[in-house]
Design a binder for this molecule. Structure first.
Ligand code: CP
Length: 312
């Protein structure tokens, strides 16, 4: 298997967010991820990254992003090291930049960085000569999540052009929502964000984004619905009264989903709080694409690693 011929050169050494990617760049990642699905089964690209050492530096908890980056890097032949922040010298006060420079000196070439501080990957890209892939920074961005969401939606809907996508819930604290707004509007979709007013305030200023402050208004006619985890660890609940109020007014179930277009797929970046953002029946039901999002995580991250390494 050979990698599909690119229509133009990939010019991004880092992936910090999707806002700097063109529509063609995004489509290239998605197309390459589809190639990687087959390549992963046949081990066709098992040596593609054999000159690279990928370090996973996760300063916040993660299952999906961390594990899928590890599997993606290994599927392409990279050496992989997990910093295991809780056992690292960060606990002795070593700064982020010093930690990353240390990783570079011992041979890392690409770092996947997750950090609680918005902007940390930009600092890392500026202060080191590593290739930096943002694995989620604060409330700012989660570009590979947005790319795998776009692939999941493209698969479910055929195209995103002209489609109406509702993103519902704790938008204010969601790096996933912000990166998705960039990615989905670049792909021609209309995005409607819906949630309690404290969680959607300010989004009316985003180009191409509609704001809804009731669930019926958020769901009406949506071609797909993404609901977001309530980020209690970022103090989210304080802005909306109580979690019980949120569940009463915003939890998705089959009956409420009838307001969306018939059969509209439902997505959630995970981890879900079943019974809070959506019912277990909906999360595990026929229209759920939540498992598919996770599956796409590996192949999208294979594509991203190959592209930032300059081998695709
Ligand atoms: N969606 C997501 O980023 O999940 P993890 O926190 O498990 O990586």
């Amino acid at each position: 298997m050979t990698l599909g011929a690119p229509t133009r050169a990939w010019t991004h050494r880092h992936l910090l967010d999707v806002d700097t990617l063109s529509r063609e760049d995004i489509e290239r990642v998605l197309d390459l991820a589809e190639e990687m699905r087959e390549a992963r089964e046949t081990r066709a690209h098992r040596s593609l990254l054999d000159l690279e050492t990928v370090a996973l530096a996760f300063y916040e908890p993660s299952t999906r992003t961390r594990v899928s980056f590890e599997l993606a890097a290994k599927a392409l032949g990279a050496t992989v090291v997990d910093l295991a922040v809780e056992r690292s010298s960060a606990g002795k006060g070593e700064s982020l930049v010093d930690t990353l420079r240390t990783l570079r000196r011992v041979g890392a070439t690409i770092v996947v960085l997750r950090h609680a501080s918005s902007g940390a990957p930009y600092l890392a890209a500026r202060e080191t000569d590593l290739s930096i892939v943002n694995g989620g920074d604060g409330v700012h961005a989660h570009p590979t999540q947005a790319l795998l969401d776009a692939l999941t939606l493209r698969e479910a809907l055929g195209t995103l052009e002209g489609r109406l996508l509702a993103i519902v819930g704790d938008v204010a604290h969601s790096r996933v929502a912000r990166s998705n707004i960039h990615a989905l509007t670049k792909l021609g979709a209309r995005v409607r964000v819906g949630g309690p007013s404290a969680w959607v305030s300010g989004f009316e200023d985003w180009p191409g984004v509609q704001v809804a402050t009731s669930l019926p208004a958020a769901l009406e006619g949506a071609d797909a619905v993404m609901t977001l985890r309530v980020q209690s660890e970022r103090g989210a609940v304080a802005g909306v009264g109580s979690l019980a109020d949120y569940v009463r007014d915003w939890r998705l179930d089959e009956e409420r989903m009838a307001l969306a277009s018939p059969g509209a797929p439902i997505l959630h970046p995970g981890p879900t709080n079943e019974g809070v953002e959506l019912t277990a029946a909906l999360a595990n039901g026929q229209r759920s694409r939540i498992g598919r999002q996770v599956e796409h995580g590996v192949t999208v991250r294979m594509a991203v690693l190959a592209l930032v390494a300059g081998v695709a």
